[in-house]
Ligand binder design. Structure first.
Ligand code: NAP
Length: 311
């Protein structure tokens, strides 16, 4: 039985994963794609953005482990082998990193930091009244592992927080709306909107003109989920017409963002290169090795996703 690391065009990162996995269990037979050893021996794949159809080559494959919290890069393959478990990463250090990124961005929005940076370059002294936590509500789309951590931290800091999820939950510690029927009320309350839902057929393109029009005046959008959640032209139109006051984007339909893309130079868009919460192999390798052993001994795997639900 072997484990195949599949990271097209990222050999150095794949080698780093292999080192961390071997440190925890030197007995695991590890191959780095495209070298796969004997294909029939591959029973587990650790994957980030594989080539569609690749996994059909391994007839004894039992588990595809995503290197990240999202599994859209796996489930988008129309030629996945049937009956293979798909797992994702659930890691407190990733949640902490996402909390820091979103808190930083919300505070930058409140204190208008980017405007002060621009004014400093022009040597302009222009004090402004800051937005304050007690009159700002942050709406978190997706109250899963990452969204709930972000929501609770912002609440601790004195912000009003509302959340939106797919299903109704019995006892959420933040005010929660759910489903399409709850979306309008959720949006109407959200001065800052944070997108932290998985990319599924239901959520693709959800950040669009119709949604922006339902936010309060002066709203700010933070997308830290996936680029395909956002209809890019609708965002530009909403910013240029004053429907939105600004946006912070960490993820894009095409990464790296094209040098000619209008987001780079838009005065009210902050761009970061998909770094809000990076997977650290050293932190995450233990749960991959744990699942490898669970698979070998026929025990239930950790952090499996439901392919029909898409997350
Ligand atoms: P998670 O634990 O699976 O939580 C997903 C949340 O989204 C759940 O609350 C779920 O609702 C909700 N949701 C799913 N589909 C929905 C729909 N159609 N309508 C409304 N709510 C919906 O996921 P997570 O670990 O928090 O991660 C969320 C996403 O963040 C990942 O999928 C990934 O794309 C993104 N991410 C980005 C980065 C980055 O660096 N930018 C890093 C890590 C993750 P229920 O509670 O009702 O199930």
């Amino acid at each position: 039985m072997t484990l195949l690391i599949v990271m097209p065009d990222k050999t150095k990162q794949a080698e780093s994963w292999a080192r961390h996995l071997r440190k925890l269990d030197p007995e695991i037979g590890i191959h780095i794609w495209p070298e796969a050893g004997t294909p029939e021996e591959v029973e587990m794949a650790l994957s980030w953005r594989h080539r569609p159809g690749e996994f059909l080559k391994y007839e004894n494959l039992k588990c595809i482990a995503s290197m990240g919290a999202g599994v859209d890069h796996i489930l988008c393959d129309p030629n996945l082998p049937p009956n293979v478990a798909v797992t994702r990463v659930v890691d407190p250090s990733m949640a902490q990193s996402m909390v820091e990124y979103v808190v930083m961005t919300v505070l930058n929005h409140c204190r208008q930091t980017h405007e002060y940076y621009r004014e400093q370059r022009r040597k302009e002294w222009k004090p402004k009244i800051p937005r304050t936590a007690d009159n700002l509500c942050v709406g978190i789309m997706g109250l899963g592992h990452l969204g709930m951590n972000v929501a609770l931290r912002l609440k601790q800091m004195g912000f009003s927080v509302v959340g939106w999820r797919r299903t109704e939950a019995a006892a959420d510690s933040v005010t929660t709306f759910h489903g399409r029927e709850g979306l309008r009320s959720f949006l109407a309350a959200s001065n800052v909107l944070v997108c932290l839902i998985p990319l599924t057929p239901e959520t693709r393109g959800i950040l669009n003109r119709e949604l922006f029009d339902q936010l309060p005046a002066d709203a700010f959008v933070i997308n830290v989920a996936r680029g395909e959640h956002l209809v890019e032209d609708d965002l530009l139109a909403a910013l240029d017409s004053g429907v939105l006051s600004g946006a912070c984007l960490d993820v894009f339909c095409r990464e790296p963002l094209d040098p000619g893309h209008p987001f780079w130079s838009h005065p009210r868009i902050v761009v970061t290169p998909h770094i809000s919460s990076l997977t650290q192999p050293a932190r995450v390798a233990p749960q991959i090795v744990e699942n490898y052993h669970r698979m070998k001994t026929g025990r239930p795997l950790l952090h499996t996703v439901d392919p029909d639900r898409g997350y």
